[in-house]
Design a binder for this molecule. Sequence first.
Ligand code: FAD
Length: 187
Amino acid sequence: DKEVVEKNESKPSVGLSGRKIVYDKDGKPCRTCNTLQDFQFVTAGLTPAAAAVAVPVPAKKVEAEPSSPCNTIAGGYSKDYPPDVEVLGKSSWTLLHSIAATYPENPTSKEQQDLKQFVTLFGNFYPCWFCKADFVKYIEKNDPQVNSQDKFGKWLCEAHNEVNVKLGKPKFDCNLWKQRWKDGWDN
Ligand code: FAD
């Protein structure tokens, strides 16, 4: 509907990572849906034939090296790139699981309502459009469990596992969500 995958036949459909290149509805590569390296690869404008024989393009990602003047802009900020699908994902999960970790153990009905609304809106505004589509569907099928901290932590863990499975990653043991996101592993 809103956006399309592989809209433009003249552009590569697969990136150097082996992942499908995801395009927005205007035909441009989606920055928040691809890895930075794939995004830079496809925006370099290679034809499919060239892409087939292309050697990996070193990502022009600039690591933060505050001491190097080449990597900084006026004001001293490092030249960090806008987030790709992985940076965005990791940061988002960190925020969501941290919210679970600080959510009250016995929330009021207002807090429950607010959290449910937050999760729904978070899904609706998630910047990677194809991630969003699946997450919104997941929420529709699996009502966010917001009536206690542990219930929400586990619900979120299951939602995260759904994405892990989709990406071929191992499932996380949801009994351990508090060690990972709240208490640490030492106790
Ligand atoms: P992440 O998956 O980001 O996990 C970060 C850390 O969380 C891990 O190191 C681990 O310690 C912990 N963790 C892992 N699993 C769980 C769990 N189940 N419960 C609790 N903690 C856990 N990427 C795509 O390519 N396609 C998608 O469709 C997609 N959909 C997404 C939908 C949402 C709502 C979000 C927030 C992200 C999505 N992503 C998607 C991004 C993807 O989930 C990863 O964030 C990204 O691939 C980076 O993975 P990572 O290996 O750094 O670890």
